[in-house]
Design a protein around this ligand. Sequence first.
Ligand code: AQP
Length: 336
Amino acid sequence: MTRVFSGIQPTGEIHLGNYLGAIVNYVALGRALGPDAIYCIVDYHALTNPVAYDRELLAERTFEAALINMAAGLDPHSVILFAQSSVPETTELCWILTAQTPLGDLQRMTQFKDKASKLESVPAGLLMYPVLMAADILLYKADTVPVGEDQAQHLELTREIARRFNQTYGETFPEPQLYLNPQAPRVVGIDGKSKMSKSQGNTLGILEDPASVWEKIRQLPDDPARIRRSDPGDPERSVVFKFLSYFLPPETLTPLKEEYRKAGIGTLLLKELLFQEYLRFTEPIRERAAWLRAHPEEVWEALEAGAQRARKIARSTMDEVRDKVGFARLPQHARR
Ligand code: AQP
């Protein structure tokens, strides 16, 4: 592993799925790799989501996404943290990769099919989402991509896109590897069914107001077979236990599961425990977020410095790509 890249969409409140599936790894890999850990708030991607995109909120959400990553432990003086739209080379590479990508490959993407099926009018950008993601990753020649499992298919396509480019134009891009958090590759939403996702409205926000968190935890579905308090439950079918497993070690969790199987413990008690653990877990992030909110310049300056550092790498890759693709060589100043 020499360089990692990942992105997070500014489409709403950053949630437990984003945190466990991606941000935990951003922080760990950032500590190991410093400036070779590159993280991006993918605001170009946010435009492809006609439901969540809101012009009035985009800049604020970009700020919030950067803030929470910093509050979670990313050190922007060490890693590179920036907003995607501050590196326009991304869209240039995206176009070049688009020219080579078969339409059928994009149409068979599960996320595209799922999201498109819910829309009356499907923006072409939604179809292009994985090519833009490939451009993001390849622009920095990243070999490792920490993401949740929902992005595995897109990453596989990125690998194909890199392979095709290398075959056509000569070895240029590494084929990046997926890097999952094995403890939480796919965090389920509070509905207990679909993936926790900003656009599904089924999230537990990392910085969400505690009263609202409690309201959501209180209503979490129990094992559907457990109707009365006296019914034994199956912890494997309980969303409450699923969430508890993220916060409690097995030696604490196992006796609770045994009690649940014997109807020895009520669901409300488990939910109260989950609420306490959630607050304990998020408390240090909340504290650092409050400090950053009082010092917004720290976040804006981090994004600005990150953009400059990212752009330097991006320009160098694009010089190479432009040459390989065969564009006319113009004096440097005319190109930029
Ligand atoms: N539920 C999840 N479990 C594990 N990882 C997850 N990720 C997202 N949800 C989960 C990972 O978080 C990173 C950022 O993803 P995102 O910005 O696409 O998050 P989202 O909540 O899924 O956002 P949206 O706006 O609602 O997008 P869609 O509708 O595309 O899901 C990624 O690494 C992702 O894998």
